[in-house]
Ligand binder design. Structure first.
Ligand code: SF4
Length: 271
């Protein structure tokens, strides 16, 4: 005889009623929780992935000319015996990227047998226009600094690490300085100064090989060997720095450095 409940169950099945059979609890718990969605918050649409930026083109390498005028050979520079000969040999130089951009070549000027040689970094705008080193505001101050130790500009020699103006008055790159340094060294050999005063960090680093900050080493004697001769070097601030930091301390420091350089030059000359 059929169980009375079986008939009742068959009836429910026919009606499509579900839920009489318990869903296993584990199955429900295994489902990940449905993300709660607020009807007012829409899912953020996925952003399109930006296309990678095209690789920047490497700057075109500067190719110096190979002729003796554009790139004076070392032996030609070494064979010069006066400053005028040296200037004539190198004034068409295009050996580094600064050459094509210059207005005027700034060789240097002063007493060709000066006991005191000042070396700066490179020509600025005024120097590029006039073809002379240290003109303009920094040059005026350098003249005053030289005057403060009892000398005139014509009695000393003034030159730079590079002879062509770096764009926007930036510091010459080590490659540019290296390309030009042979000219300065020959210039120094021909002048034969007793003392070199380096103005700022660049000539100290490029000519003397001292890379310490100028604030730390100014006023401390260094040496550089040029043409087999050891020349004492006095590092001091660049006049442009003095103009920016026009304090009594800075001006006094420069005056003391120049005074020490002058005393040494006088001593070397037996004055
Ligand atoms: S900076 Fe010196 S090496 Fe460069 S082009 Fe001028 S003279 Fe030649």
């Amino acid at each position: 005889m059929e169980h009375p409940l079986q008939a009742w169950r068959d009836t429910l099945d026919e009606l499509g009623v579900i839920g009489l059979v318990r869903t296993p609890v584990q199955a429900a718990e295994a489902e990940p929780p449905a993300p709660s969605r607020s009807p007012s918050v829409r899912p953020t649409p996925a952003r399109p992935v930006p296309a990678p930026a095209p690789a920047a083109k490497p700057p075109k390498a500067y190719v110096p000319p190979t002729d003796a005028q554009g790139c004076p050979p070392v032996e030609v520079v070494a064979a010069t015996s006066t400053l005028s000969e040296l200037q004539a040999a190198i004034q068409g130089c295009l050996a580094c990227p600064l050459g094509p951009g210059r207005l005027k070549f700034v060789f240097g000027e002063g007493n060709p047998k000066a006991r005191l040689l000042f070396v700066g970094e490179g020509p600025g705008r005024d120097e590029d226009l006039q073809g002379r080193p240290f003109v303009g505001k920094a040059g005026e101050l350098l003249d005053k600094m030289i005057g403060a130790i009892g000398l005139k500009r014509e009695e000393v020699y003034i030159a730079n690490v590079v002879k062509c103006r770096p764009p926007d008055n930036r510091t010459p790159t080590p490659e540019e300085a290296h390309a030009c340094l042979g000219y300065l060294r020959r210039q120094i050999e021909l002048i034969g100064p007793s003392v070199i005063v380096t103005l700022g960090a660049t000539p100290l680093r490029e000519l003397v090989g001292v890379a310490e900050g100028i604030t730390r080493v100014r006023g401390q004697w260094k040496r550089v060997n040029i043409g087999g001769r050891d020349i004492p070097v006095m590092p001091t601030f660049h006049p442009a720095y003095v103009l920016r930091q026009y304090t009594q301390d800075v001006r006094r420091a420069v005056w003391e450095d120049l005074k020490a350089a002058k005393e040494w030059a006088d001593k070397a000359a037996g004055a």
